[in-house]
Design a protein around this ligand. Structure first.
Ligand SMILES: *Cc1c(COP(=O)(O)O)cnc(C)c1O
Length: 393
């Protein structure tokens, strides 16, 4: 089998060996239900408390403000739906952005059907909101601001500290989807005045199907999942103990290695960006050059289809994405690329490469060589490109 080069770490990451190792005993040996009273269950409960404490530490939160969920999507759904439910008598207006993950956007569309008014803030050409727009959008009916910490497609980082300050000043709740940012960027919930924060383990070398919603003490949101009394009666269902253990180890590991790991990733990221810009004509970097996730690269190549590029890269053993995994299979261009002002035909020729700490400059050299070959081949088959070149002469 040829070497696999995995550059889709925004879609999911490889579970770290130390994470898997920490989880295993909670399948085979300590499999008790944490709600039971015998000693075996005590082991599960202890492990769960440790996992919760490790995660809380990373955010500067209290362990009893961390509520485990079945992933990032559930945490996003919960934050929005339950806040609306709890605060709709106070007001029905929610502010979010045009570039959120679908877990936020589709939930907002559902809430609109329930009577919510949603403002979707524009972003600038780099994918970052303008604070003046946020201030202008505030009304006496506004109950919640939900702005992602960093974007999953173009990596743009939002000014969450400033957004939190605005929310606090006006007595409005602030939720942030930090699924891409948690473990990649330092976040302190007090410094940023965050009331709720969503995260997911599988984006930081943890297991799939486990996430959490941080809910600041005093925020009175209700349950989304009804049933047993788990998670302080706010999220029913037998706890995913192996998942929580793995998440705790992954979070602790991400925080411990953050500085060194992200410095290395930034270097490889910028090497990749420079190489594409110098070697491949008619391309455009999407997202901000520096205010971007350390592992994110997103380019549009004129005169090609992103899907064709992906298939041909796959034949070379290279895993990449045309935007977000959730939109693949649909022919609509990414809502994020449209929001930064790309015309449809350019948005269609986009490629997202998200590196990991294991990605080397040699990998980058190989990948860029392949992209260059494939883009040239696809362009040679494009009548639009032919016309364009004729006009240049
Ligand atoms: C992946 C992702 C989600 C969804 O998380 P899941 O755990 O896969 O449900 C939500 N928001 C962002 C920004 C993401 O990248």
């Amino acid at each position: 089998m040829k070497k696999l080069i995995y550059l889709d770490n925004a879609a999911t990451t490889k579970t770290a060996p130390e994470v898997v190792e920490a989880m295993l005993p909670y399948f085979t040996e300590y499999y008790g239900n944490a709600s039971s009273i015998y000693e075996l269950a005590g082991e599960s409960k202890k492990a769960m408390n440790e996992g919760r404490a490790k995660i809380a530490d990373v955010l500067g939160a209290n362990a009893n403000e961390i509520y485990f969920t079945g992933g990032g999507s559930e945490a996003d759904n919960w934050a929005l739906k339950a806040t609306y439910e709890a605060y709709k008598n106070k007001g029905n207006h929610i502010i979010t952005t045009k570039i959120e993950h679908h877990a936020i956007l589709h939930t907002c569309e559902w809430l609109e059907k329930q009577g919510a008014k949603i403002t979707y803030l524009d972003v600038d050409e780099n994918g970052i909101i303008r604070l003046e727009d946020l201030e202008k959008a505030l009304t006496p009916e506004t109950i919640l601001i939900s702005v992602m910490a960093a974007n999953n497609e173009i990596g743009s980082i939002q000014p969450i500290k400033e957004i939190g300050a605005i929310a606090k000043e006006h007595g409005i709740l602030f939720h942030t989807d930090a699924v891409q940012a948690f473990g990649q960027l330092p976040i302190n919930v007090d410094e940023c005045h965050i009331d709720m924060l969503s995260s997911s383990a599988h984006k930081i070398n943890g297991p799939k199907g486990i996430g959490f919603l941080y809910i600041r003490k005093g925020v009175k949101i209700r349950s989304l999942i009804h049933g047993g009394a788990q998670e302080r009666k706010r999220r029913a269902g037998t706890e995913n103990i192996p998942g929580i253990v793995g998440y705790g180890v992954a979070a602790e590991r991400a925080a411990r290695t953050m500085e060194e790991r992200t410095a290395k990733e930034r270097e490889v990221r910028d090497y990749l960006i420079n190489k594409i810009e110098t070697e491949i004509p008619y391309c455009r970097l999407n997202g901000h050059r520096t205010l971007r996730l350390p592992n994110n690269v997103n380019f549009s190549f004129q005169f090609i289809e992103g899907e064709s590029l992906l298939i041909m890269l796959d034949m070379e053993g290279i895993c990449a994405s045309s935007g977000s995994a959730c939109t693949s299979g649909s022919l609509d261009p990414s809502h994020v690329l449209l929001a930064i002002g790309l015309p449809h035909e350019i948005a269609h020729g986009s490629l997202r490469l998200t590196i990991s700490e294991e990605t080397t400059k040699e990998d980058v050299d190989f990948v860029v060589e392949k992209i260059k070959e494939i883009v040239a081949r696809l362009r040679s088959m494009s009548p639009l490109y032919e016309d364009f070149i004729k006009k240049q002469k």
